[in-house]
Ligand binder design. Structure first.
Ligand code: GLN
Length: 199
């Protein structure tokens, strides 16, 4: 069984852990650098990206997260986690951007009136449309080379990936539909042999 960490500084942490356990994975909360040891993959959850970024710095997790990324471990950023994983520089502020996946992001991109909504979303690589819950969600304005778009809504990109990184603008852990989390677990399972010769 693979062991997945969920960054547990702020936001939708418990829901991710319960959903991962339903899928048969081992899931653990990550609050300190040492909690990253021995993980096969990591989820950076939704919440508030400015707050999570500030807490990452306060807990001295920025460098350990970068080391985890450089080790080739799969990472899944949902909603605020998507913003944190991006290289976005469209709104230059002091906010943390880990730069794990090249994309420009529009924060709160669906407007203030439409605070939250649900959609049945066609998703590349998943046979059935997925139940997607959007809460003050960002969307992806553009992606860099090597980034594949997985889902759009009204022409706005809401899911994308590289070999290593998965991001969704929605919360896959807030419905009973576990297909997107399953999709991430498959990435984790493939990750163990990526780039290596198996004898
Ligand atoms: N609007 C939040 C932000 O900008 C993200 C919302 C979410 O994660 N559900 O960080």
């Amino acid at each position: 069984t693979k062991k997945i960490g969920v960054l547990a500084l702020q936001g939708a942490v418990t829901e991710h852990i319960l959903s991962l356990e339903k899928l048969g994975a081992r899931a653990t909360a990550v609050k300190l650098p040492a909690d990253l040891d021995g993980l096969d993959g990591l989820i950076i959850p939704g919440g508030e990206s400015t707050a999570i970024g500030r807490l990452i710095r306060e807990q001295h997790l920025e460098e350990p997260l970068r080391t985890f990324f450089e080790a080739g471990k799969p990472i899944f950023g949902t909603c605020a986690g998507l913003i944190l994983c991006s290289t976005d520089r469209s709104h230059p502020t002091g906010d943390l951007r880990l730069g794990f996946i090249e994309m420009e992001v529009e924060r709160n991109g669906f407007g203030r009136q439409i605070d939250s909504f649900e959609a049945l979303l066609p998703f590349e690589g998943i046979a059935e449309p997925v139940e997607a819950v959007f809460i003050r969600a960002p969307y992806i304005q553009s992606v860099g080379a090597g980034v594949t778009v997985l889902a759009t809504i009204d022409g706005k990109i809401v899911a994308a990936e590289t070999d290593q990184i998965l991001v969704t603008a929605f919360h896959p852990e807030l419905t009973d539909d576990l297909a997107v989390l399953q999709y991430f677990l498959e990435k984790v399972n493939q990750g163990s042999t990526n780039g290596r010769t198996v004898h």
